[in-house]
Design a protein around this ligand. Structure first.
Ligand code: NAP
Length: 480
């Protein structure tokens, strides 16, 4: 299938129907600038219709047996496996994600929905020993997990299929309904999902997709009382705003970071170079756990820098649809300008550009910065671009301090051959997940995933997301 064809007008997906909207915005490829589709700009009334549809479908989904919810998700998995190449092409086109990386994303999306299908069958509570307290004699108590209701899901551009899957998968598994607002740059992946779920037999209204500005559509979803829970993945600034407006709704926030790895003395550099390069530059560094900061023992610093720079210079820059491409365009021109300014600031303040540091069109060349102070934007803020800093340290303790000197805390990695050092790092790194002998960028889709500090609140990873999307109810039998 050739998706680089004439621009196509898309519709909103409400109550199982494709609904024409009055206004559209053109969607352009971040790489070529070509118009690839016209996307509806929903107004408040249309968001309202989507919420109404999700409310009407609530009972159908809540009453649906677990095996039927699992079967819908299994059919979705089969359809995605069949249309994997098409799915990857959509991601490459709308997000400028290099096609090889887009294929990896679709494969992970398939895993995510498989985990959701399995998890649908094991949502349960527990029995409680009420006689542990005086007055509890001859009483039987148990808990059940009930669907929370309508979920408002707001997703970012960088994993347009898999991060949508991390919301839609557990929501269906738990018997909820969804109003989804995908990122304005990557709505096509979400519309594609709606097509597949329709074919997989999801009841009308269980999934509704509303596109348009974050401000209009997002605000309505976040403030409407009929929405029981918000699950948001995106930038800290937007996430904090959502939390402030959401009132008593359950809110899960998966936000940004400036993830770091520590490399201890004695590590075999050759065995980790390619892994570190991939962690720093995969999808142009536009990954929430992208490797942004490297703290390496001084004894290895020179060799590491030399080999890292050599490997970085081997990366192929170009068209996301070319299977040989490693690094393509940033998501917007504004991001190219922003990152060039940040590099300029770093240079002004004494950092050295070991490679990169310039842009070719919308592509920022993979950039390695040395000796960047911790107060620089490239260090203390989330760069979300192919930029990595490498700094030398005298000891792991110093590196742990540097890693923790951050507003963020999503994941961190440490390479060490010393088990005591590994355990000390695991204990002292203030993050949601510590990867021993790996980069912070490692994630599988059933891992509990989420951050501390400005990296977020709550956890994803299907089982953990199901907990966030269900209400715990207690039942007590009095047998006295
Ligand atoms: P973003 O600008 O925060 O946008 C995320 C979503 O929020 C989009 O759908 C956006 O819509 C919407 N939005 C914007 N303003 C809103 C408002 N006032 N109310 C409600 N929704 C609003 O983030 P992004 O640039 O797409 O994604 C990059 C960020 O996501 C990075 O910070 C990255 O670290 C983070 N991220 C975190 C994780 C994680 O799991 N922790 C994973 C991936 C990405 P529009 O597109 O229409 O503006």
């Amino acid at each position: 299938m050739n998706l680089k064809v004439e621009a196509r007008k898309k519709n909103l997906y409400i109550d199982g129907q494709w609904k024409e909207s009055t206004e559209h915005a053109s969607l352009t490829s971040p790489y070529s600038g070509d118009v690839i589709a016209y996307i509806p700009k929903a107004n408040e009334q249309e968001v309202n219709e989507a919420i109404e549809a999700a409310c009407r479908a609530k009972t159908v989904m809540a009453k649906m047996p677990a095996h039927e919810r699992a079967a819908i998700l299994e059919r979705l998995v089969a359809l995605l496996e069949k249309r994997l190449d098409e799915a990857a092409e959509i991601i490459a086109l709308e997000a400028a994600k290099p096609i090889a990386t887009a294929i990896e994303e679709v494969k992970r999306t398939i895993q995510t929905y498989k985990f959701a299908a399995e998890e649908a069958k094991r949502i349960h509570g527990e029995t409680l020993p009420l006689d542990a307290a005086p007055g509890g004699e001859k009483r039987v108590a148990y808990t059940v997990r009930e669907p929370i209701g309508v979920i408002g899901a707001i997703t970012p551009f960088n994993f347009p299929m898999n991060l949508v899957a991390h919301k839609v998968g557990p929501a269906i598994a738990a018997g909820n309904t969804i109003v989804l607002k995908p990122a304005s740059q990557t709505p096509l992946s979400a519309f594609f999902l709606a097509e597949l779920l329709q074919e997989a037999g999801l009841p009308n209204g269980a999934l509704n997709i509303i596109t348009g500005s974050g401000k209009v559509v997002g605000d309505k979803i976040v403030t409407d009382d009929r929405i029981a829970a918000i699950t948001f993945t995106g930038s800290p600034a937007v996430g904090i705003g959502i939390r402030n407006k959401a009132g008593l709704k359950r809110v899960t926030l998966e936000l940004g970071s400036n993830a770091a790895v520590i490399i201890d003395k004695g590590i075999d550099i050759d065995s980790i170079i390619n892994r570190c390069v991939k962690g720093a530059f995969s999808f142009q560094g536009q990954v929430c756990i992208s490797l942004q900061r490297i703290y390496i023992h001084e004894s290895l610093y020179e060799t590491f820098v030399q080999k890292f720079v050599e490997a970085t210079q081997q990366l192929k820059i170009g068209d996301p649809l070319d299977p040989r491409t490693d690094v393509s365009a940033l998501i917007s021109k504004g991001d190219v300008e922003r990152t060039l300014e940040w590099i300029h600031e770093a240079k002004q303040q004494g950092a050295e550009v070991a490679t990169g540091g310039i842009a070719k069109g919308n592509i920022l060349l993979p950039t390695v910065l040395l000796n960047a102070e911790s107060s620089l934007k490239v260090s203390c803020q989330e760069v979300f671009a192919p930029i990595v800093i490498i700094n030398k340290v005298q000891a792991v303790e110093e590196a742990i301090e540097q890693v923790n000197d951050s507003r963020y805390g999503l994941q961190a990695g440490i390479y060490t051959d010393n088990v005591h050092t590994a355990l000390t790092a695991a204990e002292n790194l203030h993050v949601g997940g510590v990867m021993i002998n790996d980069i912070p960028t490692f994630r599988l889709d059933h891992m509990p995933y989420g951050g501390v500090k400005e990296s977020g609140v709550g956890r994803e990873g299907i089982k953990y997301a199901v907990e966030e999307m269900t209400e715990l109810k207690l039942v007590v039998f009095n047998r006295n």
